[in-house]
Ligand binder design. Structure first.
Ligand code: SAM
Length: 226
């Protein structure tokens, strides 16, 4: 899988791409990630990528030209399954979206900034818009990182144990059961006996019951219609 991220702040991706699962996935060629600096695609001699909004009002808007220059260059090189704009009014990003997108080959993620992008980018060049939640961030860089992280961990070989992502919250309509590690007793607080029993079927049954119990308590909406 390949993800191309378009941003006016490429430096924001440095640490994120060089750590943990993301780093390993890139080293193992499970995922290719390319970050493109919008300023490299402007004809403006000051490398300006934003301008005042027509009609006035506070806040700058990312200009259409550098964005389309970058999109056209990428689309000339390969075809993309989706050109995604990260936007607070897009479809809500949920695990099902991540599962679906992780099956794609090539994706473009466009990060907005300031007041966002010129509307003509959205109406003519974007195939999908995704929000990571009902709140407004300063830019689309963190949302692009969130989407990328959620996808990469679903790709075969990205996690140490291939089955791990499948037992995470939301994959089976439940939230995950509690997890424990050593020591068995910490300041008198014990790990549940069943997890120390070595009895695989009982452990699985306990985990399922805890997942249901926890879902009832925290996310009863997930159980509606079941
Ligand atoms: N004027 C826009 C509005 O009110 O909807 C907000 C623009 S926001 C300050 C700047 C950029 O951050 C957006 O263009 C988008 O790319 C990104 N962004 C902010 N919040 C986001 C969210 N919840 N999900 C996805 N992207 C978001």
């Amino acid at each position: 899988m390949r993800i191309d991220i378009i941003t006016c702040l490429p430096g924001m991706f440095g640490g994120f791409l060089d750590e943990s699962i993301m780093k390993r996935a890139r080293e193992k060629n499970i995922m290719e990630i390319h970050v493109h600096n919008l300023r490299d695609y402007t004809n403006n001699r000051h490398r300006q990528v934003d301008d005042y909004a027509y009609g006035g009002g506070a806040g700058m808007v990312l200009m259409i030209e550098p964005i389309v220059n970058c999109l056209r260059k990428l689309q000339h090189e390969r075809s993309y399954d989706e050109v995604i704009y990260l936007s607070p009014d897009g479809e809500l990003f949920v695990q099902q979206t991540a599962n679906e997108l992780s099956m794609k080959k090539n994706l473009i993620l466009l990060s907005g900034h300031y007041k966002g992008v010129d509307e003509r980018v959205r109406t003519h060049f974007i195939t999908r818009e995704i929000s990571i939640g009902d709140y407004v961030l300063s830019g689309g860089e963190l949302p692009a990182a969130v989407v990328t992280d959620a996808l990469v961990r679903l790709l075969p070989g990205a996690l140490g144990d291939e089955t791990s992502a499948l037992s995470d919250s939301y994959q089976d309509g439940l939230v995950a059961p509690p997890a424990y590690t050593r020591p068995e007793i910490f300041e008198g607080i014990k790990v549940p006996d069943v997890l120390l029993s070595g009895h695989a079927a009982n452990i699985e049954k306990w985990r399922f019951e805890k997942a249901v119990e926890r879902t009832e308590q925290r996310r009863p909406d997930l159980l509606k219609g079941k």
